[in-house]
Design a protein around this ligand. Structure first.
Ligand code: TMP
Ligand code: ASP
Length: 237
């Protein structure tokens, strides 16, 4: 599979065209941003870890019946994925209060929910990714009602699979963000990535943060945290 011209460069990945109009190559970078790009930095080795971790988790989700864009890992940083048109929604599932949920509702981080929650934000950097509900998403024609039902079903199924898997690794899945895309025939599949950039992962025993919050909050030990979760995943997958 040959990389053709670059189609897009995002905050953490570059996307390239290939010979096949239905396939793309993503190339994971070490660049890290937070707060809508306001904070910038580098997490050395992050691209390699996120590529591998996302691929291993997506393969596992496929086996569990959740369709994904994953096709084939090409190299340490590069993966062939199915071309999708991204549904411009950030789909966030939470098991435990943290981050913007704790801030918005004035609760301590760490409270475990009886049931997981789901929320959507409009993927739009200029507007700062505002929260919206399913009715807003339909009104804005970001997705149909049927697509939103499919996305909700897949997102909760991803949570059950990942929660159980991370638990085997001694890691608590606090919350995470997913993105979905449409194949040419309209089929909804899981896209983007699943990594410590897009999940909150806490050590189950100590509560230590093993994800991008170490970068967002200047906690130090960022590279070590990414390496630690990758090591635990490799030992259990
Ligand atoms: P939040 O608590 O800041 O809303 O984040 C919820 C989850 O979504 C957390 O696991 C981090 C992830 N996330 C992203 O992947 N991209 C983003 O731009 C933001 C704000 C959060
Ligand atoms: N990736 C996001 C950004 O720069 C933020 C985050 O992950 O916290 O804007």
């Amino acid at each position: 599979m040959q990389k053709k011209e670059q189609l897009y460069e995002g905050k953490a990945k570059k996307v390239y065209r290939t010979d096949d109009p239905e396939l793309l190559i993503v190339d994971y970078k070490d660049d890290a941003t937070a707060f809508n790009g306001l904070k910038k930095g580098t997490i050395t080795g992050k691209g390699v870890i996120n590529n591998k971790m996302s691929n291993l988790l997506m393969k596992r989700l496929e086996k569990a019946g959740i369709p994904t864009h994953f096709v084939e890992e090409l190299s340490e940083r590069e993966t062939v994925v199915k071309k999708v048109s991204i549904v411009p929604l950030e789909v966030i599932i939470r098991n435990i209060a943290a981050g913007s949920f704790a801030q918005r509702y004035g609760v301590e981080e760490g409270g475990v929910f009886e049931k997981p929650t789901i929320e959507f934000s409009y993927k739009n950097d200029a507007l700062g990714d505002p929260l919206l509900n399913a009715y807003h998403a339909i009104a804005l024609k970001l997705a149909t009602g049927e697509e939103i039902e499919t996305i909700k079903k897949y997102a909760f199924a991803v949570n059950e699979q990942l929660k159980a898997f991370w638990s085997e690794c001694g890691v608590t899945l606090v919350d995470f963000k997913l993105e979905f895309g449409r194949l040419a025939d309209g089929t909804i599949v899981l896209a983007d990535e699943i990594s410590p950039d897009t999940c909150r992962l806490w050590d189950s025993k100590t509560g230590e943060k093993l994800d991008k919050d170490r970068f967002r909050r200047d906690l130090g030990g960022v590279e070590d945290a990414y390496a630690e979760v990758m090591k635990r995943l490799s030992e259990h997958i």
